[in-house]
Design a protein. Structure first.
Lengths: 438, 258
């Protein structure tokens, strides 16, 4: 017998809260109102919704989290966050959004021919090349649309191989008890190439909602690296919705290591043949952290390739979840898809739930999926120790090796090294932190 | 004395503490003594406890010492962690070197060398000094630097794995090398390479404990002393001629003694 689903405090608040009206982005008001009305009809997903089976958002969204209007800004906290995050090493243009608002003062956008970058709040009217509409059946997307205050709009013109990546920093400082919503849109036109970094920082007990929509045209490519380094009280609802054209490519990498609860929805749809997509992620979770990814790769076109690699480490009482689907549509001949999700449990109470799925409606395809969960290998541990490596170092080396595969695929050398170094010290840092607390 | 094992008794601890019936005594009062500069061979049939002895010396978890002691350089090491024993100069060349995907061999060696130095209170070896050391030792063993860029033992042949164990020995310069069936899985050419590597490390300050099934290995690594191990005990000790006797007569004659 199942329990009745009670309405969440946050959901109540969001239903009642008027959609944001913002003089600067008045052109969005109609879309906000429409999304708000549709969200009120749909409501948030429940644990009975299959896509959300491993995320009991009732546990997390049990406070009001009203959309943030104006927040007192702690500049010292903000500066400290901006100076010490992992993706800060990237040699890139920087767009900083503080508490859901673009901050010119903290941003540094370098000009590059054929690359347009602006904040949603800077657009006086709807931008014709930026389609930021929400999916009418996705409550989290609608909620984001209803309360969106800002975001990044990026256009890379045809044939431009952009040399300056963009780092988008989504930071909260002093937003406790509230929610903020950003929507990013990126359009990489025919034959163009672009690299995007996304950092999630700060927090406190708050909800950050972020939707990134990416349209990758024929022969174009987009590389994205996302890092969630929010503090242990924060909740992040993030999504990437991407379309990839013929001979195009999307390479997405995520490190989820911050936040109390992270939900990542990734959906990639091929809109042309011979396209490729990779969606990889590493989880490094401890305490009572919970991260859950719902990944869908829609092979609607023939001759497309996709690779999804998830390496998830859970220490103490942390919980990781992964639901991945490779969907091969009728006519998607010669599809080549491979999905693997491995969990490494360090704590006795840690948990990993994984469900990689294939749905195949065409014969001539090669698809595979795999999933495994286990503890550290005692033989490997002994081998390292027998050579003089102290147990703590040996454990840290094996953890870094486990997630290393995900970071090895990152092209940007500085970012790759920063992520690898972080993985190497993650275990030791945690031991130190727990030791100090005790 | 480099190594003194006195009346050592060892049980395999069952995974489930409740299952007392599963407790099995493997070493049943084993004694052994060796000096620096000596090569001792331990020969014995399957199941006699040879690998258990090597594991217990190195400190592998899962064994329970119920009696006896192990003195290394005069110090009882049974309470020490595996890494502390390694830092004191004990090296176990494993019968089945473990594959570690995601850890490059060079990185592994560097961490091992410097971890041992740190435990001994010595200064860290700089990267150029370390590279020089490894290059020199690898060259002597015919190991390409490319191999050291690969993950530890992943995709290595049996011969390559054992040769890399010898490289580790050469780089770490232990006082006591325990070779656990280093000949297993090797063809005759690979065996020669490995044996040459071991022989090159023989000197007056270093001891070798060579554990093997077969006399053949001892043609290449010539021991000073040979011990026959049956049913968890050393049942006979002698010079290298004992190995030849064993080759002629088999273990049956010694099994009666146990």
């Amino acid at each position: 017998m199942s329990k009745p689903i009670r309405r969440l405090a946050a959901e109540e608040t969001w239903r009642e809260a008027l959609p944001v009206r913002d003089a600067q982005t008045a052109w969005l008001d109609a879309a906000r109102a429409e999304a708000h009305a549709r969200f009120a009809e749909l409501g948030l997903p429940t644990p009975r919704t299959e896509n959300w089976r491993w995320s009991d958002i009732h546990r997390y969204l049990n406070a009001p989290y009203a959309p943030l209007a104006e927040a007192p800004l702690d500049n010292d906290v903000l500066q400290a966050l901006l100076q010490s995050h992992l993706l800060g090493v990237a040699d890139a243009s920087v767009m900083v959004f503080v508490n859901g608002r673009f901050s010119q003062q903290h941003s540094r956008i370098m000009e590059e021919e054929g690359v347009e970058i602006l904040a949603l709040s800077e657009a006086p009217v709807a931008i014709d090349w930026a389609d930021i509409a929400a999916d009418a059946d996705d409550a989290v997307d609608l909620l984001n649309m209803a309360h969106v205050t800002d975001g990044a709009l990026i256009r890379v013109r045809a044939g431009v191989d952009a040399s300056i990546p963009l780092l988008i920093v989504n930071v909260a400082a002093g937003a406790q008890g509230h929610s903020v919503a950003l929507r990013h849109f990126i359009r990489v036109e025919e034959g163009a190439h672009f690299t995007l970094f996304e950092a999630q920082l700060g927090g406190g007990d708050m909800v950050a909602s972020q939707i990134t929509r990416a349209i990758v045209h024929d022969d174009a490519s987009l590389t994205r690296v996302q890092v969630n380094e929010r503090d242990e009280a924060a909740i992040l609802l993030a999504a990437l919705k991407a379309e990839v054209g013929a001979h195009g490519a999307l390479h997405d990498t995520a490190l989820l290591t911050g936040g109390r609860y992270t939900r990542q929805n990734t959906q990639v749809a091929f809109t042309g043949d011979h396209a490729e997509a990779t969606a990889n992620a590493a989880y490094l979770l401890r305490g009572r952290q919970h991260a859950d990814t719902r990944l869908k790769v829609l092979h609607t076109q023939p001759h497309c390739t996709s690779r999804e690699t998830f390496r998830c480490v859970m220490d103490e009482h942390a919980r990781g979840a992964f639901q991945g689907l490779i969907h091969v549509f009728p006519g998607a001949a010669k599809t080549d898809g491979e999905m693997s999700a491995h969990g490494l449990l360090l704590g006795e109470d840690a948990e990993f739930d994984s469900k990689p799925e294939l749905e195949i409606y065409h014969d001539d395809v090669v698809c595979a999926h795999g999933s495994a969960v286990g503890a550290l290998d005692e033989q490997q541990l002994f081998y390292l120790r027998a050579r003089g490596v102290p147990e703590r170092t040996a454990r840290a080396m094996l953890v870094a090796a486990f997630v290393g595969e995900v970071f090895d695929a990152v092209d940007d050398e500085r970012v790759r090294e920063a992520l690898t170094a972080f993985a190497e010290r993650w275990l030791a840092d945690g031991t130190k932190a727990s030791g100090e607390a005790a | 004395m480099l190594l003194e094992v006195k009346d050592l008794r060892v049980q395999v601890r069952p995974e489930d503490e409740e299952a007392e019936g599963a407790v099995k005594e493997i070493l049943k009062g084993l004694s052994l003594a060796m000096n620096a500069g000596e090569v001792h061979a331990i020969m014995g049939p399957n199941g006699s406890g040879k690998s258990t002895l090597s594991h217990v010396l190195a400190g592998k978890p899962g064994y329970e010492v119920t009696a006896g002691e192990v003195l290394f350089d005069g110090e009882d090491i049974l309470e020490l962690e595996p890494e502390e024993r390694a830092a004191k100069g004990l090296f176990l060349a494993m019968q089945y070197p473990v594959e570690i995907p995601g850890v490059a061999y060079m990185q592994f060696l560097k961490v091992a060398v410097n971890a041992q130095r740190e435990l001994r209170g010595e200064e860290e070896l700089s990267t150029p000094d370390f590279m020089r050391l490894v290059r020199e030792k690898a060259q002597k063993l015919g190991i390409s630097m490319d191999m050291l860029k690969r993950p530890v033992n992943v995709g290595f042949s049996g011969g390559e794995k054992k040769r890399m164990e010898v490289l580790q020995m050469a780089v770490l310069e232990p006082k006591l090398c325990v070779l656990d069936e280093i000949d297993s899985g090797l063809d005759i050419d690979a065996l020669k390479v490995v044996a040459d590597g071991v022989n090159a490390l023989r000197d007056a300050s270093r001891g070798f404990l060579v554990i093997t099934h077969y006399q053949r290995l001892l043609n290449y690594i010539e021991p000073d002393f040979v011990h026959i191990m049956v049913n968890g005990r050393i049942v006979e000790s002698g010079g290298k001629e004992l190995a030849l006797k064993l080759e002629r007569e088999g273990y049956a004659a010694f099994q009666d003694a146990a």
